[in-house]
Ligand binder design. Structure first.
Ligand code: COA
Length: 322
């Protein structure tokens, strides 16, 4: 059976940067508190006229260029997002049209911050069973639109951006295994209460914004990220020391450090972008991957462990021979 191999990565960050200091003028917070409790220093915020598809498209174009692949070769598009352009059509269909291609399956996946690893899982299954030869997998989010800018407990944590990968069928090893999980019991610890069938007419009121019990979410994240790492290593008969790079979801440096510690990995083998990007939800892993590929840290043949955690709760991982 053929492997799905990552042949290109891409990323996009909006031009506007907001520092922690900028938040001091908005809510009762400080640069020191945000750095100490989260590791975040700055984040990118989309322009008023910028949409999720704009960012996803830009990241996709970069990934196609790195893969030296024409958009016409793409035969599957999955966009991981919980902040799509529209209720429908899917952001994936919008990206497809804007790439000037059509005819094949294009759809969105919403698993909150775990969206990209879920989408990678699905695309991997398409490629391995012959349903796709060249898949475009995007994580793209505009959380600045669902942030309550008066809530200091959440507004400082998120940023906007997009990341993308091209997955191609190959006889060479690529994605070795994918693992996706959810436990819907924890809905109210991290959610946006309003939705299409629940309070849609009230959007722009508080229920349209992220609400989170940060401490409980923190504890759950540390627990499941440890478990998913063990599950992934065991499934592949791989040791912690075989991992060249851990690419975790970028929510909080303390969660990332705890995950690395459980794997006995030094922080210099962990890709960290939360300081520069904050939490970009499903864009955070493909963006971190792209940063480390482009700056030369990640090299062909490296063994990568991707792991994510998000609202739902959802969590997932992928072991990848790059
Ligand atoms: N600036 C200053 N103080 C703040 C603050 C801010 N931006 N946000 C919260 N606080 C305050 C709280 O109000 C609380 O004050 P109180 O004790 O007077 O009530 C105090 O800081 C401690 O709050 P707590 O929630 O216990 O802090 P914490 O150490 O858990 O850190 C988070 C808060 C949000 C940074 C942390 O819980 C976290 O990162 N959670 C996970 C978030 C996450 O990853 N979400 C996405 C998952 S995909």
């Amino acid at each position: 059976m053929k492997y799905a191999r990552i042949t290109g990565t891409g990323g996009y960050l909006p031009k506007r940067v907001m520092t922690n200091k900028d938040f001091e003028a908005i809510v009762d917070t400080s640069d020191e508190w945000i750095r100490e409790r989260t590791g975040i220093i700055r984040r990118h915020i989309a322009a008023d006229d910028e949409k999720t598809s704009d960012m996803g498209l830009a990241a996709a174009r970069e990934a196609l260029q790195m893969a030296e692949t024409d958009a016409k070769d793409v035969d599957l598009i999955i966009v991981a997002t919980s902040t799509p352009d529209k209720v429908f059509p899917s952001t994936a269909c919008i990206v497809q049209r804007r790439l000037g291609i059509s005819g094949f399956a294009a759809f969105d996946v919403n698993a909150a911050c775990s969206g990209f690893v879920y989408a990678l899982d699905i695309a991997n299954r398409f490629v391995r069973t012959g349903g796709s030869k060249c898949a475009l997998v995007i994580g793209a989010e505009i959380y600045s639109r669902i942030i309550n800018w008066n809530d200091r407990g959440t507004c400082v944590l998120f940023g906007d951006g997009a990341g993308a990968v091209i997955l191609q069928a190959s006889d060479e090893a690529g994605i070795l295994s994918t693992h996706s999980h959810a436990d819907g019991q924890h809905e109210e610890l991290l959610h946006v209460p309003a939705g299409i069938s629940s309070g849609y007419d009230q959007v722009r009121q508080e229920s349209a914004f992220i609400q989170m019990k940060g401490h409980e979410v923190f504890r759950a994240a540390v627990g499941v990220l440890g478990a998913i790492a063990r599950e992934t290593l065991t499934a592949n008969n791989v040791k912690e020391s075989d991992i060249a790079w851990l690419i975790p979801h970028q929510a909080n440096l303390r969660i990332i450090s705890a995950a690395a510690k459980k794997l006995k990995l030094p922080m210099d083998r962990v890709v960290v972008t939360v300081d520069e990007h904050a939490n970009t939800s499903s864009a955070s892993i493909p963006l971190a991957l792209d940063v480390a590929v482009r700056d030369g840290r990640i090299k062909r043949g490296d063994l990568l462990l991707l792991e994510a955690f998000g609202a739902g709760f959802t969590w997932g991982s992928a072991l990848v021979r790059f």
